[in-house]
Design a protein around this ligand. Structure first.
Ligand SMILES: Nc1nc2c(c(=O)[nH]1)N[C@H]1C(S)=C(S)[C@@H](COP(=O)(O)O)O[C@H]1N2
Ligand SMILES: [Mo]
Length: 425
């Protein structure tokens, strides 16, 4: 069974989406499926492992998209229950083979873990991870979001390849650990990457998917942001960092997409150029200029940008899509966020498909990298309604009504204005 079909079926089981959405995800019309077994028959035959069988400690209510490497999504109804997403329901996205420590949400031990520093540094150094706990600690509450989160919505234009995430390829977590810059200062003399270093490349210790000759998982990020923001996280949500989420040590860069937060980090390279690893190019990039949905593109360093800083976005937590609500005043609640470089200033709500908008009440997170909570009341007469939300930040960045203007072949960085369809009676 294809990955998209499996995940669609799981969604049916989770009652997250209706039959017509499943057909849309599959790119089928109802007519095209005539004569095929019903979705319920498919669902009972589906053979995706439960979340806890893939990663011990994960909730079986999670939507498992891939049970081999471990890719799982948090249903929105669960995500919205917590201000800080607990580790048993936090989404998981692995690209490579799942190493033993990645198979559990237990905290991983720092004993025996090392991180190598090399590239344009005076000489390579190996850091014993246990020493990270002795450095000054930084704590950051931030949105961890896969750059593929919301990918399924590109199918409103042309379906894109990859896991058909809905809203739950994200969570809000608190990471803690020393800043990478403070580690560099501990050396005598301090380790100062030389002048032409423009990127830091972080390598994960997880084994490549198709044999040892294949490239590892690594990403390059601009040196300045890494020096200003990155921490070597050894704790998450007040506990030793879970093995499943990159423990014992993860490079965490607040405001950046999840993929740049390299798990199981065991090497950092200070270099003049971006890595040409497959995960840096052509994967995990989007075109600099809009392209027509459905068209391919040959990525170069010049015509595209990695999934670095998160685009401004909002997600409606309540009411849920397809909810039945009582006609009259209806509470709308959700979260908004951006890359944390400037503040989110407003979340706007529309019930007339964007002709008019009104501002919701907004509560800013501490630190600026977390979720802004928004609340509003809309008055809905009996009938069908679509409730929209879009966030605006200090730079005037906002979310497009037609999210497909950012269409790209791998469906990264969806940030279309969010909506839910409800029936008021
Ligand atoms: N070493 C390593 N780091 C990784 C990945 C990976 O496959 N290997 N996946 C990345 C991607 S695409 C995402 S979205 C996040 C997911 O983090 P999580 O599994 O802790 O939720 O980890 C990132 N870091
Ligand atoms: Mo991701």
């Amino acid at each position: 069974m294809t990955e998209v079909l499996r995940s669609a079926l799981q969604h049916v089981q989770q009652r997250e989406v209706e039959r017509r959405d499943v057909l849309r995800l599959l790119g089928m019309s109802a007519a095209a499926t005539a004569g095929l077994p019903t979705l319920t028959q498919f669902a009972s035959a589906q053979d995706v492992a439960l979340a806890s069988a893939v990663i011990a400690g994960k909730s079986d209510d999670m939507i498992v998209h891939n049970d081999r490497s471990g890719v799982m999504e948090t249903p929105l109804a669960m995500l919205r229950e917590h201000r800080i997403t607990p580790k048993d329901i936090l989404y998981i996205r692995n690209n490579q083979i799942l190493e033993p420590q990645g198979r559990s949400t237990d905290g991983a031990s720092l004993e025996g873990w090392t991180i190598e520093l090399r590239g344009a540094v005076a000489f390579p150094r190996v850091v014993d991870a246990t020493t990270l706990a002795d450095l000054p600690q930084e704590e950051v509450t931030m949105v961890l979001q896969c750059s593929g989160n919301g990918r399924s919505f590109f199918a409103r234009a042309v379906q894109t390849r990859g896991t058909q995430w809905q809203h739950g390829g994200m969570g809000q977590v608190t990471f803690r650990g020393p800043k990478l810059s403070s580690l560099l200062e501990t050396f005598d003399p301090p380790l100062n990457p030389s002048g032409d270093v423009r990127f830091v490349t972080a390598e994960g210790a997880d084994a490549p998917d198709e044999g040892a000759s294949r490239p590892d998982f690594e990403h390059s990020m601009p040196m300045q942001d890494v020096m200003d923001k990155a921490i070597l996280a050894i704790e998450m949500n007040g506990e030793p960092l879970s093995g499943a989420h990159g423990g014992p040590v993860r490079l965490v860069i607040p405001g950046y997409y999840g993929t740049m937060n390299v798990k199981w980090v065991h090497r950092l390279r200070f270099e003049a150029s971006e890595s040409n690893n497959v995960n840096q190019i052509p994967r995990y990039r989007i075109p600099n200029d809009p392209i027509e949905p459905g068209t391919p593109i040959d990525y170069t360093f010049d015509n595209s940008t990695p999934n670095w800083r998160q685009r401004i976005k909002s997600t409606i937590f309540a009411p849920l899509n397809e909810a039945q609500v009582s006609a009259g005043d209806v509470e709308v609640h959700g979260v908004a966020w951006n890359d944390g470089v400037v503040g989110v200033t407003e979340v706007q709500i529309s019930t007339d498909d964007g002709q008019t908008w009104h501002a919701a009440e907004l509560e800013a997170p501490t630190g600026g990298y977390g979720w802004y909570e928004f609340r509003s009341t809309v008055n809905l007469p009996a009938g069908e309604h679509r409730i929209w939300s879009r966030a605006v930040d200090e730079r005037g960045n906002t979310q497009p009504i037609n999210g497909a203007i950012l269409w790209n072949p791998s469906g990264y960085e969806w940030n279309g204005a969010d909506y839910v369809d409800v029936v008021a009676s």
